[in-house]
Design a protein. Structure first.
Length: 195
């Protein structure tokens, strides 16, 4: 009992000492994901401080006009949106960002800053081979703005192929993406009607 209490106290102490650093790293991962889906903002060679400063300078926080998405603006006009997505994956929460053109229909990119899916299977959602499929995809109207189809299936303008062997991750990711897009699109439509 004494040994357990002693070592538990050490683990708790280390957790408390590092909690601020963990939060800072989580925020940097989020900022990098936002920058990576917005055109012209992410540079792989830039250091963390440069990226953090670029995020603070170039990216606008969500407001009523953006309906909950981060934005970049030129001359007061929104030129792109960065929509946060989050939900339960197969094993753990998946969090990411979808970049959307100012037309509110065309996908720029997708990035993930938190996921703990099975390495070599579901975790492949974070790899360029999967993510690059989203570039230029068109958000369709209806209940399924984007589709994730089985590998080899025929695709339309709003579909991408799933990761081979990661059916549950793909199904859950599709739901996460579509729930976020449907919610955002309904808010955007409401704002557009109010204008």
């Amino acid at each position: 009992f004494i040994a357990t209490a002693f070592f538990s106290s050490i683990v708790i102490g280390i957790t408390e000492l590092t909690s601020e650093k963990v939060k800072a790293n989580q925020m940097l991962a989020f900022e990098n994901a936002v920058l990576s889906v917005l055109p012209g903002l992410y540079e792989e060679k830039a250091n963390r401080l440069e990226l953090h400063n670029r995020f603070n300078k170039e990216v606008s926080a969500p407001d009523e006009l953006s309906a909950g998405a981060y934005t970049i603006r030129q001359n007061g006009k929104i030129t792109a949106y960065a929509l946060p997505i989050a939900g339960q994956g197969f094993w753990a929460p998946i969090k990411g960002i979808i970049g959307i053109e100012a037309d509110k229909k065309t996908i720029i990119a997708i990035a993930f800053y938190q996921q703990n899916e099975t390495p070599g299977l579901g975790a492949e959602i974070a790899q360029p081979k999967f993510r690059n499929q989203f570039k230029g995809k068109i958000i369709s109207a209806g209940d399924k703005p984007l589709g994730i189809k089985r590998p080899g299936a025929e695709l339309v303008a709003s579909d991408v192929h799933a990761v081979t062997g990661a059916t549950q991750t793909s199904v859950r990711l599709e739901k996460i993406i579509n729930d976020a897009l449907k919610d955002w699109l309904s808010k955007v439509a409401k704002k557009d009607m109010e204008k």
